[in-house]
Design a protein around this ligand. Sequence first.
Ligand SMILES: *Cc1c(COP(=O)(O)O)cnc(C)c1O
Length: 346
Amino acid sequence: MITFYPGPSKVYPQVADYAAEAIREGVVSLNHRSAGFMAIVKETVRLLHDKLAIPADYHIAFVSSATECWEIVAQSLTGQASLHPYGGAFGKKWAEYAYRIKPPVELNQADVLCLVQNETSNGTQVTMETLAQFRRDFSGKDGSALIAVDAVSSMAGIAFDWTLADVWFASVQKCFGLPAGLAVLIYSPAALSKAQAIGENDHYNSLLFIHENFAKFQTPYTPNGLGIYLLMRVMQQVQPIAEVDAITRKRAASWYTFFEQEMASSPFRLLVKNPAERSDTVIAIEGSEADVKTIKQAAQQAGITLGNGYGDWKTTTFRIANFPAITDSEIETLKRFLLSFQQHYS
Ligand SMILES: *Cc1c(COP(=O)(O)O)cnc(C)c1O
């Protein structure tokens, strides 16, 4: 069975050995305040800075999920309220979670701009050019205005200009090619200053408390040690992000051309019409409910899992993850399947 599900998604096959190794060597039984465990946290943070080209002065912490990061931004980094321009289901959910903690106020009072860089639900993305525009328009108005970016389905798949936002986060079950239960939270010196100015320290996952712990390569609570170890091993294995980015973009361009040209006589179309908005890591394909159902079933019978639609697009789309752990030969297999499926319609 091969999977193109955009999360949880295919894990790197090496992860099976890394997990066995972690258990055999007692890594999962290490006390999380021990020197051995702290060395793993330190090395994982170092590798993330190195492989993902994260600026040296940006801090990195590990939490449990991207959903937790939504709440951390609301509770620890939002003074008045956050602003959520969104175009899909994850952006909407983030706004709902945030407003329960910090109810919306007048637009011009918002002090955090929350953006989903890659909207997994419908295969759209915010380009670095657009993010730069947001940076000029929003952060310019006041030094304490932050930009927070949900990059769950693109971090470790494409390169970012990290300086264009103050907070970036991703859970690892998408482009990192790892099992769920861990998220990477990255924050700038400006974000830390703002957390200090707000001074919120009421929760186990208050950013100030997390920061204080991570300064010692520790965590406030017993962490997902296996997840952190697997992240370290995968970061050792992957190429620098510039190389991964080039491959991801090339594969994405090839998927879009494939659907526009080779699949032109199929009943499916690209969901996102504007090429500038198309995601590099999640390809969304639209069709009738019946056709979508048929192709997903046929794929399953051929040993291929396609991603279901999500939210408003649940029954009228399917999605194809374009994540680094997926191999060229798996992509070829899916393309061959899609071409043979199309023949039923010609
Ligand atoms: C998957 C996903 C999430 C949720 O991640 P969890 O680890 O389940 O909290 C949030 N945002 C986006 C864009 C996602 O794709």
